[in-house]
Design a protein around this ligand. Structure first.
Ligand code: SF4
Ligand code: SF4
Length: 163
């Protein structure tokens, strides 16, 4: 969805959005029913989130501290995500933008300010223009179909659109 706006080389050096601390394991992307079934048939570890949706099961050693981080099981440290782009979870394809609830409870789009790619004003501008323009109807449709991808507000994200 947005991967064409961010250089693969930059993501290869970063991997921030494919690596999760134990305390933020709940941020692992929600999976659709069909993707869950496909991954499970290939032995990919999956678990259920408190909201009932499915996500990747991350491997943390038993006594790992909260700041211990684990890679998404689909990440190849050398080559990046091993899922074809079009089959990745919607949250991965939308990153560094996230559907969330604003402090007033309205649906909004948040831009993750710590993504190194958006340090480029050009990339930031193009991401905002695309997600708040041509992509917006599709994002609203997906939010309606998959409410589990609408996350709580997080001040690490700048609100770039609000309903
Ligand atoms: S945080 Fe940004 S630069 Fe880093 S891997 Fe994710 S999209 Fe790429
Ligand atoms: S599915 Fe791919 S893009 Fe999404 S978190 Fe896992 S490795 Fe990263």
């Amino acid at each position: 969805m947005l991967t064409h706006l961010i250089s693969a080389e930059q993501c290869a050096q970063c991997r921030l959005c494919c690596n999760f601390c134990r305390r933020s394991a709940w941020e692992a992307p929600a999976l659709t029913f069909s993707l869950t079934q496909r991954l499970q048939s290939h032995g990919i570890p999956i678990c259920q989130r408190p909201d009932g949706s499915m996500t990747f099961a991350l491997h943390f050693p038993e006594n790992a501290p909260d700041d211990y981080c684990a890679d998404c099981p689909m990440l190849d440290p050398g080559c990046g995500c091993t899922l074809p782009r079009e089959t990745r979870p919607i949250e991965c394809r939308l990153w560094p933008v996230r559907l969330m609830r604003s402090p007033s409870g309205r649906l909004c789009l948040g831009l993750y300010e710590s993504c190194p790619a958006i340090a480029s004003p050009e990339v930031r501008f193009r991401i905002i223009r695309e997600t708040t323009g041509p992509l917006l109807p599709e994002l609203l449709r997906v939010a309606d179909e998959q409410p589990c991808i609408v996350r709580p507000f997080d001040p690490a994200y700048a609100i770039i659109w609000e309903e």
